[in-house]
Design a protein around this ligand. Structure first.
Ligand code: SAM
Ligand code: SF4
Length: 477
């Protein structure tokens, strides 16, 4: 293994943005691990610094350039100490802005797009001689060339893992850069996904989230040569020994087919949680956004999902201030939020993105109006989140314990509804799924004790309906 003064080479990877970037960051760490790099938590002292960037909103892009300014200073300081530092920009800003990044920040040695990072070793070699930009989009090439992470590395990352099964998007929402930065929809073949998940499970992973920009559009080649949808893939994943919890994200309402909804009823491994962005409650705005569904169509999907799994926790993304959004349109969004009672949600001010159709629309909403709408929306979202969490108090839920808690004697984990839960216990039970009586809801976590721990009663069975909330809508009301 290559060394610097006898030590292993160090790489610092910082990922911005979505879960796909977290996954890509880990896969780049795997590639660089094979080249003799070990990960380090800080950029100071690193031989290689990799920024894995996000282009979804203007602010995310600004962050990258600010961060690059700081990294240039570190590079200069380390050079003065005789250490060579190389800076790589990867991810969606790399894809969208390419050579512009090197023009704005000459300290950058290599710019590599999200579909070209499997070529990191050769690109790094070339970057010794000249600065390189590689933003090719041949998506099907990448996954077949990525090295599998070692069992030891998987264990270090914990018992939950993301697995990219789908990339890119053909939906072309009017505000969104994803179809341009990630390219068109591509689904990994079933066998390739299964090999990765079986490997994760063998190393102790119990909780997998299948991810994609539009994951429920998944249409991968099955082992039988036919095209499999996401529901069929998830049924296969549920058969993997050791995989106790499965989620998928992010879905589009138009692709919520009945067979996918049915797995929420049929498969105990599929967690009662669904992130299904609606963006707006106004049909006029949904049409202008090119979402290709109405608010009522979204409501009908939610109804079906709740029929299949009444206690499901729902989550969404919202954009306020899309061009042309009137007060009345915004009120329809608020009404939808109150009606559905989401367990959690993300909300954003509209950010015009270069090259997307919405940037050319007239009637851009003034910044002050957007601010006010965002505050009101976030207050409603928070109200429903708190209501959902408070309704858990007194109930018994299964918690997968993942790591040490905030204080000594605490362990932290997740409920089936993706809530953070802390319990008091002296035992090292990381990796256990325990029944927990929820005693208190804090602002960001639930707090509880192991069922039967303090009051001497027996633990409740995992899927006992009497221990589960009757319906998320009732909870949030
Ligand atoms: N594929 C998902 C979907 O269909 O909803 C979302 C993918 S996108 C990475 C995540 C979220 O970012 C979107 O749901 C949207 O709310 C938000 N977003 C995307 N483009 C945006 C923009 N130009 N301004 C503000 N928010 C944006
Ligand atoms: Fe972007 Fe999602 Fe729309 Fe695709 S479906 S264009 S990823 S918001």
């Amino acid at each position: 293994m290559e060394t610097r003064l006898g030590a292993m080479k160090k790489v610092h990877i910082k990922s911005f943005g979505c879960q796909m970037n977290v996954y890509d960051g880990q896969r780049m760490a795997d590639i660089l691990g094979e080249q003799g790099f070990e990960e380090t938590a800080t950029p100071e002292g690193a031989d290689l610094i990799l920024l894995n960037t996000c282009h979804i909103r203007e602010r995310a892009v600004q962050k990258v350039y600010t961060e690059l300014g700081k990294l240039r200073d570190i590079k200069t300081a380390q050079k003065a100490q005789g250490q060579d530092t190389r800076i790589i920009v990867a991810g969606c800003v790399a894809q969208a802005e390419g050579a512009e990044i090197q023009r704005r920040q000459p300290a950058v040695d290599l710019v590599v797009g999200p579909q070209a990072y499997h070529r990191l070793p050769e690109l790094l070699e070339q970057a010794r001689r000249k600065r390189i930009v590689d933003t090719d989009l041949p998506v099907d090439d990448k996954f077949g060339h990525l090295p599998a992470p070692r069992a030891q590395v998987i264990r270090k990352r914990g018992i939950s893992a993301f697995v990219t099964v789908q990339e890119g998007c053909d939906k072309f929402c009017a505000f969104c850069v994803v179809p341009y930065t990630r390219g068109s929809e591509f689904s990994r073949p079933v066998v390739q996904v299964m090999i990765e998940i079986e490997r994760l499970a063998a190393a102790g992973v119990q909780d997998v989230t299948l991810i994609g920009q539009n994951v429920n559009a998944y249409h991968g080649e099955g082992p039988d040569g036919r095209i499999w949808g996401l529901a069929r893939l998830m049924r296969r994943v549920a058969e993997v020994p050791g995989i106790a919890r499965i989620r998928y994200s992010t879905s589009h309402p138009r692709d919520m087919e009945d067979d996918l909804i049915a797995i929420h009823r049929d498969l105990p491994q599929v967690m009662p949680f669904l992130h299904l962005p609606v963006q707006s409650g106004s049909d006029r705005i949904l049409a202008a956004m090119n979402r290709r569904h109405t608010a009522d169509e979204y409501r009908r999907v939610i109804e079906k999902v709740r029929e299949a799994r009444p206690d499901i926790a729902l989550s969404s993304d919202f954009i306020v201030g899309f061009p042309g959004e009137s007060d009345a349109d915004f009120e329809e969004t608020i009404a939808l939020v109150d009606e559905i009672g989401f367990a959690s949600s993300y909300s954003f001010k509209y950010s015009p993105r270069p090259g997307t159709p919405a940037t050319d629309l007239h009637e851009q909403v003034p910044a002050a109006v957007m601010d006010e709408r965002l505050q009101r929306l976030q207050a409603r979202i928070e109200h429903h989140r708190q209501a959902f969490n408070h309704a858990m108090v007194g109930r018994t839920v299964e918690v997968l314990l993942e790591r040490a808690g905030r204080h000594p004697g605490q362990l932290a984990g997740k409920s089936p509804y993706l809530q953070a839960v802390q319990i008091e216990t002296d035992a090292n039970q990381i990796g256990d799924r325990v029944q927990v009586v929820i005693e208190r809801a804090g602002s960001n976590s639930l707090f509880g004790r192991k069922a039967g721990a303090a009051d001497g009663s027996m633990p409740m069975p995992a899927q006992d309906p009497s221990t589960q909330p009757a319906s998320a809508k009732e909870l949030a009301a």
